[in-house]
Design a protein around this ligand. Structure first.
Ligand SMILES: Nc1ncnc2c1ncn2[C@@H]1O[C@H](COP(=O)(O)OP(=O)(O)OP(=O)(O)O)[C@@H](O)[C@H]1O
Length: 592
């Protein structure tokens, strides 16, 4: 049989319940033959004197056993003491040693009792044997419970985080709810206000409706009167044009302005001619050469206007502006600047930055007038081209590419001219036109660098075409402006570049010839003798208004050239070109 090792804790359970009973473990040595007067405690190792103890037998056996381990030798000499209970009192009865039967019975009883006890203990031990298994079970249960606890903790943390974020959400939602509620309240107030206004307006509506009907009626009447006014305005405008033209005609269709430029700062030391400005249209020039002073007498010239040295650009343009107005009314206008090199032609036509000349001021005036004309029902289209005539060759100043430009006649119009291959641009505003002018100037300057002072040896022409249309009246008005900065006139004697000078002088004298032929009303006008006169044919004939600036330098060393220019201008001044008439109004109106 397997021997059980019983732990100290459990061993106490297996001891007899009576303190007087001596339990002896298997490994504890037994002193046989002693009457248990002394017992060695196997647990503590102490030895104590224990007197014989009277004990109750298990299962109600009423006998007293001195010791379960007494020996045969003892039984043979000693009587056995047995305790019995009689009427609630313990009675010790001694079994005499010779009463074997009684002693046998007594032993049988004791054996039975011990056996029962032994079985009971075995049962207890059996139960104890299952403890490790139970322990294992409990351990595994504990492990699974720990795992569960861990999972539960993780879940708890996750749920706590969820709770926290939900709480934040709730806070945000609460905030937005608060602001929405505020907005809602505001809207409610606004709505109420609007409703009040609406109620008030609802009361007003019938009155306003009534007033509106009145106004519609009045408006209708006003529209009628506006139509009448418009008609009158249109007629007045036509009349104004006629009158304007009459005034211009009264000045002559070719006008000559003379401008004497001031000496510049670095020219102060130079000897000046004598200048006498008799009135606003007459000037006298005196030769101040000290060698011929004695016989000097003044040369007097009269023109439409004389501008002295301190005249301003704006004073000059004031008198040019009516001509520009005529171009918008459908006339061909030509403005020339004629004079010796350095006499101020470019200054008069182009001007400088901050002191614009005729061309830039014309651009501004045109676009301002077009705006005003729009109110009268006129729409204008403006087309521009810039060209240069150098040594009788035409150059496109808006395109640097070398190409051949030719003057051609239009089929539709008598004396109508156009240039093949030239760049013509339709401009929408003054800025773009100014920009194109800058490009043209730049291209001219570039060519000048390459062509040895070409800019002052060439004619520069700015051509602006003005096409007006009146949709209501089915009228079209086509006018044009040619602004010409002529090449400087120069004496062949003083010229360094003979060929250029010959060409310039030839084209300038052809210009004089054309003007004189016109003056003499010759049948044949030699327009085609030079590129310049050919090109300007429509602007020089009887159907145009021409303005000639004669620019002169104030210096004594320019006296001869100045006199020449002034004489040329004086001869032109006498030219009575046939009364200018507006030829290019193409319309179906009764008012023309
Ligand atoms: N009325 C004026 N007031 C002030 N400066 C002027 C005036 N006229 C001309 N000038 C100046 O005189 C100089 C010569 O003028 P400009 O270049 O206009 O002469 P030009 O006749 O065009 O010469 P070119 O035939 O060589 O081109 C320039 O510096 C110009 O600014």
């Amino acid at each position: 049989m397997k021997r059980l090792t019983i732990p100290a804790k459990l061993s106490r359970l297996t001891q007899p319940s009576s303190a007087s009973h001596i339990w002896k473990p298997a490994n504890c040595p037994t002193r046989i033959g002693t009457y248990n007067s002394s017992i060695t405690n196997c647990v503590t190792g102490q030895t104590s004197k224990v007197p014989p103890v009277r004990r109750a037998t298990p299962a109600g056996v009423n006998s007293t056993v001195a010791d379960a381990n007494f020996t045969r030798s003892e039984t043979s000499v000693n009587a056995t003491s047995v305790s019995t209970t009689c009427a609630g009192k313990v009675v010790n009865k001694r079994i005499p040693p010779y009463d074997f039967k009684a002693r046998y019975n007594h032993l049988l009883e004791r054996h039975k009792a011990l056996k029962e006890k032994f079985e009971e203990k075995c049962e207890q031990v059996g139960k104890l044997e299952t403890l490790p298994e139970q322990f294992k079970e409990v351990q595994s249960h504990l492990a699974s419970t720990t795992e569960e606890l861990k999972n539960t903790k993780t879940e708890k943390e996750y749920l706590q985080r969820q709770v926290k974020s939900q709480q934040q959400n709730i806070e945000l939602l609460t905030d937005s709810l608060t602001s929405i509620t505020g907005e809602f309240e505001k809207l409610k107030r606004a709505y109420k206000k609007l409703q009040r206004e609406h109620d008030e307006l609802s009361i007003e509506v019938p009155k306003v409706r009534e007033q509106s009907a009145d106004l519609v009626d009045k408006n209708f009447k006003l529209m009628e009167s506006i139509a009448i006014c418009k008609e009158q305005l249109f007629r007045s405008n036509v009349e104004r044009k006629e009158l304007h033209n009459a005034v211009m005609d009264s000045h002559g269709n070719i006008r000559i302005f003379c401008r004497v430029r001031p000496p510049l700062d670095f020219e102060r030391h130079k000897l000046l001619c004598g200048w006498n400005y008799v009135d606003e249209s007459t000037l006298e020039i005196f030769n101040c050469d000290p060698l011929i002073k004695a016989k000097n007498k003044g040369h007097s010239f009269s023109f439409d206007q004389v501008f002295h040295q301190s005249s301003k650009q704006e004073d000059i343009f004031q008198l040019v502006a009516p001509l520009i107005q005529s171009a918008l009314d459908g006339y061909n206008v030509c403005v020339f600047a004629y004079g010796q090199t350095g006499s101020g032609k470019t200054f008069t036509m182009d001007g400088t930055i901050g002191n614009p000349g005729v061309i830039l001021r014309t651009i501004d005036l045109l676009f301002d007038s077009i705006k005003a004309y729009r109110n009268l029902g006129w729409q204008y289209q403006i087309k521009v081209q810039f060209l240069e005539i150098y040594n009788e060759v035409l150059y496109d100043l808006l395109d640097n590419e070398p190409k051949e430009l030719e003057i051609r006649m239009t089929r539709s119009e008598k004396n109508g001219i156009y240039i093949s291959n030239i760049t013509q641009e339709t401009v929408e505003n003054a800025d773009r036109l100014r920009q194109l002018m800058r490009i043209a100037k730049m291209n001219r300057a570039t060519a000048a660098t390459a062509g040895n002072e070409r800019s002052s040896r060439s004619h520069a022409i700015t051509n602006i075409e003005l096409i007006g249309s009146h949709a209501e009246k089915h009228c079209t008005s086509i006018g044009s402006i040619n602004l010409v900065d002529l090449a400087g006139s120069e004496s062949l004697k003083t010229s360094m570049r003979l060929n250029e000078t010959k060409n310039i002088n030839r084209s300038l004298s052809e210009l004089t010839n054309v003007i004189l032929a016109l003056l003499q009303k010759q049948d044949h006008i030699p327009y085609r003798n030079s590129k310049l006169t050919h090109l300007l044919m429509p602007s020089l004939g009887g159907h145009s208004k021409t303005l000639l600036f004669i620019n002169v330098a104030p210096f004594q060393d320019c006296f001869n050239e100045s006199l020449k220019s002034l004489r040329f201008a004086a001869s032109v001044n006498q030219c009575k070109i046939a009364k200018a008439r507006r030829v290019r109004i193409l319309n179906t109106s009764n008012f023309q």
